[in-house]
Design a protein around this ligand. Structure first.
Ligand code: HEC
Ligand code: HEC
Ligand code: HEC
Length: 456
């Protein structure tokens, strides 16, 4: 009898728990509307929305290479499978043409589609939740006035049970904090604006914060360094690997123009970020720099000193290590001299010349991912503008030669031991196991002379 009671009791608890979960998980549809007239939106609002869309990088994820803007179907590889982005043009059948502003706001704030289905966090709603109603209004006006495109995304390629969207309600319960952004009263206006842009639309943490096994950003590891599209996004907190510590001024210049003399140009997916952030008014870019500089904190006297020593070193001629040529670093020195030194000895000015490796975050980074990507794929030329270019050495170099080369660069320019497993990572990068997005660097079309031009 007792056991029976217990089982009934347990069943009751399970039923109540399930009912509770469904009550939270169930989202109703928001009624469709007649697509709003394009002329009903204010031009200034549309313009503001265009800028915000750039900061949120909506185009990057919602446009297929060579496809129509915002029409979706872009394949996002995740550790769990491939997720295809939605069509966010105002096409009434396949896009968001019948979405009211309330439906759009709910998608941004809660990650729920108009019809009530939960959206995957591959759509960074865990950041966009911070966006203000006012900014969402502008984004809505911008998207609803784009040319409509009829196009539906392919079905996602996800294993059971991740293909069931209700599972996402559980994910949200565990990992999602709904916005909007709350100001921190003890911090300045500028810091708060920076925090709003970085953690909201800018979704810097989507790449710069490490994730747990459920794909959620790890609590307590805010901007401590993460992974994106086959690249490592360095820490933006006190453990930043930059040899010369970042300052508010250098962050501003780097975000604004895509390069800085102490840090080089933006590579990989970061090129697109600075290309977009650079469109913001300088006052906004400054707030981002203020916030990130505050996160990094004042560098310790030891780090400052090391930075000064590096400045001195790059003024001197590099004396090539006279290591015996039968060691990895010795063999690597020969490759460096033959293949890299002409561009990277520091005599060519940035942004077009290669950076002196004493200054390189990539060579000082905790892992070899970005260094391998750079050597294998280089920097392709941007179309229609001048950009920093580097040849890829994938065809010219074996994995063993790459291992030797990086051992030499680590020892000589970072004073650190060689990274382990370079050959294995390189082989997996070549085979496509790690999908690496190879993009041109940004920054050249907005040289230092342009700084401030936008605000005039
Ligand atoms: C990192 C990639 C990424 C970025 C950046 C991104 N999105 Fe998305 N978005 C997605 C994916 C993937 C989906 C589909 C999610 C799903 O099917 O659950 C999506 C879905 C959406 C939806 C829901 C559409 C529907 O039919 O349910 C809206 C609205 C949306 N995005 C708007 C935006 C806006 C506005 C921006 C820029 C501020 C943006 N997205 C930036 C990846 C992205
Ligand atoms: C034709 C000139 C050229 C050659 C040859 C070249 N590079 Fe580059 N490299 C560049 C340019 C330009 C950049 C982008 C500017 C910068 O350094 O930030 C770059 C960037 C890099 C970066 C990124 C640095 C950072 O922290 O942002 C690495 C790493 C790199 N190169 C490694 C190599 C290695 C290793 C070799 C030799 C195998 C090599 N490069 C050969 C021109 C060159
Ligand atoms: C799509 C992924 C992605 C997003 C979003 C992103 N970053 Fe990055 N970021 C990277 C990668 C990858 C690198 C390393 C490549 C390089 O050095 O250019 C990087 C490099 C950087 C660096 C240079 C760090 C160093 O020490 O060399 C800074 C600073 C930076 N990001 C700031 C930001 C800020 C601020 C934001 C938000 C406005 C942001 N990033 C958003 C991927 C991203």
């Amino acid at each position: 009898m007792r056991l029976k009671h217990f089982l009934f009791g347990l069943l009751g608890v399970v039923i109540v728990a399930c009912a509770g979960f469904f009550a939270i998980a169930w989202k109703s549809a928001i009624a469709p509307i007649r697509p709003p007239d394009r002329t009903s939106f204010d031009q200034a609002l549309i313009h503001k929305g265009a800028m915000l869309a750039a900061v949120g990088n909506c185009t990057a994820c919602h446009t297929q290479p060579g496809g129509r803007s915002f029409a979706g179907s872009f394949a996002l590889p995740t550790p769990f499978g491939t997720i295809y982005s939605s069509n966010i043009t105002p096409d009434p059948e396949t896009g968001i043409g019948t979405w009211s502003e309330a439906a759009f706001n709910r998608a941004m704030r809660e990650g729920v589609s108009r019809d009530g289905k939960h959206l995957y966090p591959a759509f960074p709603f865990d950041h966009f939740t911070l966006v203000s109603d006012e900014d969402n209004k502008a984004l809505y006006a911008f998207l609803m006035t784009r040319p409509p495109v009829k196009q539906s995304p392919p079905a996602n390629e996800l294993p059971f049970p991740l293909n069931i969207r209700l599972v996402l309600a559980g994910w949200k319960l565990l990992f999602f904090n709904e916005g909007p952004f709350q100001k921190v009263a003890s911090e300045s206006e500028e810091w708060n604006r920076g925090a709003y842009l970085v953690n909201g639309l800018g979704h810097c943490g989507a790449c710069h914060t490490p994730r747990n096994m459920f794909g959620a950003e790890r609590a307590g590891m805010h901007l401590a360094g993460g992974q994106a599209e086959g690249w490592s996004a360095p820490a933006l907190n006190p453990s930043s690997p930059a040899p010369i510590p970042w300052t508010q001024d250098s962050l501003f210049a780097y975000l604004r123009q895509g390069w800085h003399a102490d840090h080089g140009v933006t590579n990989g997916p970061m090129g697109e970020v600075t290309g977009n952030v650079g469109l913001l008014p300088d006052s906004d870019v400054k707030t981002i720099a203020t916030y990130v500089a505050a996160l990094m904190g004042t560098p310790s006297p030891e780090r400052q000193q090391r930075g000064e020593q590096i400045r001195k070193k790059i003024g001197e001629d590099l004396v090539l290590a006279s290591a015996p040529t039968d060691t990895p670093a010795g063999r690597g020195a020969a490759i460096y001299q033959a293949a890299c030194a002409t561009c990277h000895d520091g005599s060519r000015p940035l942004p077009f010349g290669g950076i002196n490796f004493h200054l390189s975050s990539t060579i000082n980074a905790p892992d070899a991912h970005n260094a391998i990507n750079m050597v294998l794929f280089g920097l392709p030329a941007a179309s229609g503008r001048q950009s920093a270019i580097m040849p890829g050495f994938a065809a010219a170099m074996t994995d063993e030669q790459l291992t030797d080369l990086l051992a030499y660069l680590r020892e000589t320019f970072a004073g650190q031991p060689a990274w382990p497993d370079v050959a294995a990572r390189a082989a997996d990068t070549r085979s496509g196991k790690f999908q690496v997005s190879v993009r041109p660097s940004d920054g050249i079309e907005r040289g230092p002379d342009d700084i401030g031009a936008q605000d005039q």
